[in-house]
Design a protein around this ligand. Structure first.
Ligand code: KE4
Length: 426
């Protein structure tokens, strides 16, 4: 039987680090990554014959769990008509209708093939619309591997300790101003001193790539007002939170409406899809209407549209958000009380189906605090859980995801495993 270890040895000879995305390599938690043979519902089945309760959910897309029959059927039905046409197709219109219906900021939308393409295109569009060059991002936020956004980035870049990637020319990075999240003064001071130079502010409204950080009261409202006052395009990167924290994402939960929104993950139903959308006035600057070029051979691919449409329709029908919030609260409060009983300092920020584990005394409201939490404790906790059949994201700079396929039995087993893992801490 080919094991994960043997597959990984072979993969490392052919693929840099043996993986097609760095965070999968277990470099921060240590050990050998398992290879997945099959995924179904809330479980992964590894090449080593192990079954795991999955809290990564392929980094967000699998909100219905893996291999949902309705999504599988939608893909099969689309497949019977071919795989890619390179012409406009009816599924693209249906997907656009759904996104415009569900996401408050979106009057027009353009499909692409990843979250990275979505944020990259939104930034270019904002620059083309404003004729300004500089952008503001926030330390610890990750917006995909876009050159101008791989500056103090989170997720895999931070996990590997290089939040400022090699290969990004200083001239590119110089157009990006990095500010601390949850600090409105930093934004207002910067805008006041760089008048008319800032094209956009891009933000994960709830940063989830340096662990999960929640906005302080008034912060997002303040960003919105400052952008309006200075004519700066406000971009919400909802690649992760979109459709996960509500049908309309954070902007629906908070009523704070950005000018542009980057989307991905859930709208692909597990296939490669990204999208960006927003005010018609801005979106009409895109080719072929306007001067901002953006394109993609497989953008709006019919199979991916079929999977994404099925995923969104399932969400509209199931509206799983109360259930996901309840499970999220049960897991967070459960592990917190266990840690308290054992005198282990732990923070568990949680919203809806998203939560993370910061081992440390203080509440984490900024990237710098996330960096100083106890990563060794997290890594030990991660492996103790994995040994018992529980798969958390393999980095303390990621966020756990709950799916609508997670059962009461999964939750009770999860809490038992959390209890065991904390019990191994001396
Ligand atoms: P992709 O290009 O990976 O589809 O999306 C990039 C992206 C953009 N914006 C946000 C808020 C994101 O979280 C992401 C990607 N998320 C990571 C997980 N933290 C993907 C996992 C990986 O890189 O393998």
């Amino acid at each position: 039987m080919t094991t994960s270890a043997s597959l990984f040895e072979k993969a490392k000879q052919l693929i840099p680090g043996g993986v097609n995305s760095p965070v999968r390599a277990f470099r921060s938690v240590g050990g050998t990554p398992f290879f997945t043979e099959k995924a179904s519902g809330s479980h992964l089945h590894t090449a080593d014959g192990k079954e795991l309760i999955d809290y990564v959910c392929t980094w967000g897309p699998a909100i219905h769990g893996h291999d949902h029959p309705i999504i599988r059927e939608a893909i099969a039905e689309s497949l019977s008509k071919g795989t890619s046409f390179g012409t406009p197709g009816p599924a693209e219109v249906e997907m656009a209708e759904l996104i415009v219906e569900l996401v408050p900021s979106v009057e027009k939308v353009r499909m692409c093939n990843s979250g990275t393409e979505a944020t990259m295109s939104a930034i270019r569009l904002a620059r083309g619309f404003t004729n300004r060059d500089k952008i503001i991002k926030f330390a610890g936020c990750y917006h995909g591997h876009v050159d101008s956004l791989l500056v103090k980035a989170g997720s895999g870049a931070l996990t590997l300790g290089n939040p400022d990637s090699a290969g990004v020319p200083a001239s590119f990075a110089g157009e990006t101003i990095v500010l601390p999240y949850n600090d409105l003064n930093a934004v207002s001071e910067t805008l006041a001193t760089t008048t008319d130079q800032i094209a956009a502010i891009i933000v994960e409204p709830y940063p989830a790539n340096c662990g999960l950080i929640l906005p302080l009261p008034g912060y997002l409202e303040g960003l919105r007002k400052l952008c309006t006052d200075y004519g700066v395009v406000l971009i919400f990167d909802e690649v992760m939170t979109g459709f996960r924290l509500g049908l309309g994402g954070v902007q629906e939960r908070t009523g704070i409406i950005p000018d542009l929104t980057a989307m991905g993950k859930i709208i692909g139903g597990g296939l490669p899809v990204g999208a960006f959308g927003g005010k018609e006035e801005i979106m009409n600057h895109l080719a072929p209407l306007g001067p901002v070029y953006q394109a993609g051979t497989l953008s709006g691919n019919p199979l991916a549209m079929a999977a994404g449409i099925a995923s969104l329709k399932l969400l509209k029908e199931a509206k799983p958000y109360e259930k996901l919030e309840k499970i999220g609260q049960e897991l967070a409060s459960g592990v917190l009380s266990m840690a308290k009983d054992k005198g282990i300092a732990l923070q568990v920020p949680q919203v809806g189906s998203m939560f993370c584990l910061f081992f440390g005394e203080e509440e984490v409201t900024q990237f710098e605090q996330a960096v100083t939490t106890n990563h060794e404790y997290f890594n030990a906790f991660f492996h103790k859980c994995l040994d018992k059949g529980l798969y958390l994201p393999p980095s303390s700079y990621e966020t756990c995801f709950i799916s609508n396929a997670h059962t009461a039995d999964d939750v009770s087993k999860t809490l038992d495993i959390f209890q065991y893992a904390l019990g191994t801490f001396s």
